[in-house]
Design a binder for this molecule. Structure first.
Ligand SMILES: [Zn+2]
Length: 310
């Protein structure tokens, strides 16, 4: 947050856009970041490079022979607990959702993500460090029109535990996401809901800084699965069973629901083309988000036959 203020004072941030541009966008230069992944704790260096028109987001594993590429689409989602993993051409990239949210939230269509490890760096658990680095480098407009998928009829997907996600048509040009977080009355994470319009400025102000979190009860389970052994309560917001938070402070009282929206944006970005819809999600996780991304992908023709922006 402080970093953002400094950048604003130095005049390095682009003026936030109220609505996504009608033309496709990419990065104005190279963005470099590095750090340990959230689940495996393995260090990786990431370089975000400008992408050519209509190419989408492509991950490239530079540490593997042949530098295999994995296109960021829902067809390449691999089964994994509590995170989004992409796999293709003999390569895997784990925990892509926060970086995908940063790119989608800032309305960047085309980008090559070079990474020399198996997992995207966790940074501070949010996507703000990605966003700030991208905005400092700048965003370039390209010539090709952005191909929007306008949702024309409602679609819903539901799970066995009351989780549900639906998309409905919108008559305005900007999507909105409403998330209803509800882990039950006994959970230390309070029940709450939040709604945001998917404009770059609202994304930066309300969502980008929301960090991932975990409930005290879940920590041992994850560690037994071999995940997150490197993490401390400074690296991830831990909700204790009594509702207190260890060695950390929330950035907003409702930071968890904002992070669930961040995850939702990152997962739905895998549908392959920007879409215009009202999204209402209740208790969803990555799995159900991917189901909806798949439905939207089928409707959009993965950005190849979708409707052009008005
Ligand atoms: Zn997340």
């Amino acid at each position: 947050m402080q970093q953002q203020k400094v950048l604003e004072q130095e005049g390095k941030l682009l003026p936030f856009r109220k609505a996504p541009d009608a033309v496709q966008c990419t990065l104005a230069g190279v963005v470099k970041l590095s750090g340990a992944g959230l689940f495996h704790g393995v260090n990786a260096n990431v370089q975000l490079l400008p992408g050519s028109e209509n190419s989408g987001v492509i991950f490239r594993r530079t540490d593997l022979s042949g530098r295999p590429e994995v296109l960021a689409t829902v067809e390449n989602v691999a089964s994994a607990a509590r995170r989004t993993v992409l796999a293709a051409n003999g390569a895997k990239v784990e925990t892509v959702e926060h970086l995908m949210a940063a790119l989608c939230g800032l309305a960047i269509d085309n980008c090559v993500v070079e990474i020399d490890g198996p997992e995207v760096p966790a940074m501070d658990g949010s996507c703000l460090p990605f966003c700030e680095a991208i905005l400092e480098t700048g965003i370039d407009k390209q010539s090709a029109m952005r191909r929007l998928c306008r949702i024309r009829e409602a679609h819903a997907a539901a799970g066995d535990g009351g989780e549900r996600i639906e998309v409905t048509p919108l008559h305005q040009p900007v999507s909105s996401i409403c998330y209803q977080l509800d882990y039950g009355t006994h959970s230390p994470v309070p029940v709450c809901s939040f709604t945001v319009s998917l404009t770059p400025d609202e994304f930066m102000q309300e969502i980008a800084g929301a960090r991932t979190f975990i409930q005290e009860d879940e920590i041992e389970l994850l560690r037994r699965m071999g995940f997150g052994r490197h993490l401390t309560s400074r690296d991830i917001v831990v909700f204790n069973n009594d509702g207190t938070i260890t060695d950390n402070e929330l950035r907003w009282p409702d930071e968890p629901v904002r992070h669930k929206i961040l995850d939702c944006i990152g997962d739905l970005a895998l549908c392959g083309s920007p879409f215009v819809a009202q999204v209402i999600a209740k208790k969803t996780g990555h799995r159900l988000n991917h189901v909806m991304a798949s439905i939207v992908s089928m409707m959009s023709g993965r950005g190849i036959t979708g409707n052009r922006a008005a």
